[in-house]
Design a protein around this ligand. Structure first.
Ligand code: CP
Ligand code: NVA
Length: 330
């Protein structure tokens, strides 16, 4: 039987396929409890702290609601509001928080810092996103794929378009290669995942029956795809100045209706959000106007279209994060 009690949740590379499948089953169960209105205050009396060095909507709210649904007390520390990084090291912060709380969520910059927090806290630490990985996002994403393909996720063609070097693309490559999907990173050569990670994932895929492919050809990548996925073209922590070059590099990898039409008829569109899909109503408008584009990483008609599952995906963040906390704390 799978048991991950007391473990950190820092990256999916640390978890076996069976452990990931267990978390997905637990997530589906928690979703049922939530949707049927069945109380599940299984962690009453425990307390968690959410430490964010970058902004967040989904991850923060998922941890808060999931924590409260499980009966826990929740403290939120927003970017810049603790001593950490100013007067106090990660190491000391970890040891202090670990004395007070039963679990720590941490959204930081480098993966090394989150690993350090995990090594020193003495209680489970959950990675709420680093520059390298976003592991809680992946559970929500795979749950969403499962919900849409009753014949299972194995062998499905999962294509990430755009900045294939970012945290979300990296993590998708890991989870797909662990669970036997055919992962395709589609973008310019310079924005592909780092070689060491590609090599690691190719080995994992060889064990699970999946595959990892890197391509610059968007039309070929979209052909027969079951999942078309993209993310914002400039990630948190990157300077605004990169927008100009990023738009020029990635425009050929926008998820268009034309690409969706090449995909499997049952294909779904996914995006971890936040997104600059509607350049009329969001801050994306300013950036788009400045650089003379009318669409960003995905066409609005795809984002709003019948194949889009982006809000199911967002909701699933909460159910899956609940599963991670329950499995590591109960
Ligand atoms: N997808 C995601 O992590 O969103 P937030 O940055 O809003 O948490
Ligand atoms: N790649 C994005 C994901 C946000 C959830 C970022 O890091 O900003």
């Amino acid at each position: 039987a799978v048991n991950i009690r007391g473990r950190n949740f820092l990256k999916l590379l640390d978890f076996t396929p069976d452990e990931i499948r267990y978390l997905l089953r637990l997530s589906a169960q928690f979703k049922e409890l939530k949707l049927s209105g069945t109380p599940h205050r299984y962690l009453e009396g425990k307390n968690i702290v959410l430490l964010f060095e970058k902004t967040s909507t989904r991850t923060r709210c998922s941890f808060e609601v999931a924590g409260m649904d499980l009966g826990m007390g929740v403290t939120y520390l927003d970017p810049g509001s603790s001593q950490m990084g100013k007067k106090e090291s990660i190491e000391d912060t970890a040891r202090v928080l670990g004395r007070m709380y039963d679990g720590i969520e941490y959204r930081g910059f480098s993966q090394e810092l989150v690993e350090e927090m995990g090594a020193k806290a003495g209680v489970p630490v959950w990675n709420g996103l680093t520059d390298l990985f976003h592991p809680t996002q992946m559970l929500a994403d795979i749950l969403t794929v499962q919900e849409n393909f009753e014949d299972g996720i194995k062998g499905k063609k999962f294509v990430f378009f755009g900045d294939a070097r970012n945290n979300v693309a990296n993590s998708l490559m890991v989870v797909c290669s662990k669970l036997g999907l055919n992962f395709v990173a589609c973008g310019p050569k310079d924005r592909m995942p780092e070689e060491w990670l590609v090599d690691t994932c190719k080995e994992l895929a060889a064990e699970s029956g999946g595959s990892v492919t890197l391509t610059e050809d968007a039309a070929a990548a979209a052909t027969g795809a079951h999942v078309l996925y993209t993310d914002i073209w400039v990630s948190m922590g990157e300077p605004d100045e990169v927008w100009a070059s990023r738009i020029a590099e990635l425009e050929a990898y926008r998820v268009t209706q034309e690409l969706v039409d090449k995909a499997d008829p049952e294909a779904i569109f996914m995006h971890c959000l936040p997104s600059f899909h509607d350049t009329n109503t969001t801050i994306g408008a300013e950036i788009a106007k400045k650089f003379g584009v009318t669409e960003m990483e995905v066409e609005d008609r795809v984002f709003e279209g019948p194949r889009s599952r982006v809000f199911d995906e967002a909701e699933n963040r909460m159910h899956t994060i609940k599963a991670v906390m329950y499995a590591t704390l109960s």
